[in-house]
Ligand binder design. Sequence first.
Ligand SMILES: *[C@@H]1O[C@H](CO)[C@@H](O)[C@H](O)[C@H]1NC(C)=O
Ligand SMILES: *[C@@H]1O[C@H](CO)[C@@H](O)[C@H](O)[C@H]1NC(C)=O
Ligand SMILES: *[C@@H]1O[C@H](CO)[C@@H](O)[C@H](O)[C@H]1NC(C)=O
Length: 274
Amino acid sequence: MLVILLQLVITLASYGTVGDYMQCPAVQSTTRTPECLHFSSKTQGNNHISQGFGKRIPKPTGTGNECSHNLSHWLWHETEHFRTWAMNSTFVTGVRDGTLHPTSFGIFMLQDAIFCLEMSKSFQVAANQLSDGSLKSLLEHEVKSYKRCGDELLTQWHIRNAPAIVVGAECQEYIDNHVNATRDEHPIYGIVAAIPCLRLWPWIGQQINLQNHQYGVYTDWVNYNFDPTYDGYKKLEVMTNEFYAKGLIDKDKALHYYAKSIEGEAAFFDSVKP
Ligand SMILES: *[C@@H]1O[C@H](CO)[C@@H](O)[C@H](O)[C@H]1NC(C)=O
Ligand SMILES: *[C@@H]1O[C@H](CO)[C@@H](O)[C@H](O)[C@H]1NC(C)=O
Ligand SMILES: *[C@@H]1O[C@H](CO)[C@@H](O)[C@H](O)[C@H]1NC(C)=O
């Protein structure tokens, strides 16, 4: 009963309107953060959860009863140095100071379109492994919002054929990390590896919060995309923490994918010329 209620809460929380974020689709959320869940020792593993896992799902590696550990908080804390790098990257400092070369801005946006479209496909791979449940709903929500993000960028930049765009090594590696996670791991890792994208951008917005929010020619772009009030990442964190409490996530494996994602953000931001 508790599980059913929680799934209802999660499902309800995963509905919301999708904004037009560029790299990281905004998901306006009304997320409530449930208290850390306490499952009895009998409920280790995934046999009590009706997430509709298919045959291809790898065996969960967590041990259960890990409530004391706030996984999403820990992941964010452990990867602080990549945030510092992102803040100091050519793209972020360039748009902050209004000095980024317009060609570099364009090169980033074009790759970002591919990033969104490839992420959408990768989320679909994870969603396809589930027959129903709140995780499948959340993954499919991300499939749609990333697809929309990619399509909008292509439209804005007058691109008909996405494959014509050349993606740099940094962006490709960032994509590959998510693709690997959804190919090799339990579908929840597709959510874990997506948190950095959604959480880093509003954090950058908080850090560069200049007076009057003026960023030269990039003022509109920065205020819209680095919106410090955006909290759409929270529902991904809530689901991550719930799956961790159920023993379905191994924290070191989670850190591996999470760290590669946040490193991917920084490296991608730093891959363009000033
Ligand atoms: C985890 O920590 C964050 C702060 O980083 C807090 O907002 C959230 O409520 C915590 N979650 C749990 C389940 O304790
Ligand atoms: C940021 O980059 C500048 C120039 O590349 C460098 O001098 C500085 O040490 C860097 N700061 C941090 C915090 O990484
Ligand atoms: C993805 O997995 C392949 C092995 O299939 C590996 O060679 C590659 O380094 C991985 N990429 C990332 C970014 O982890």
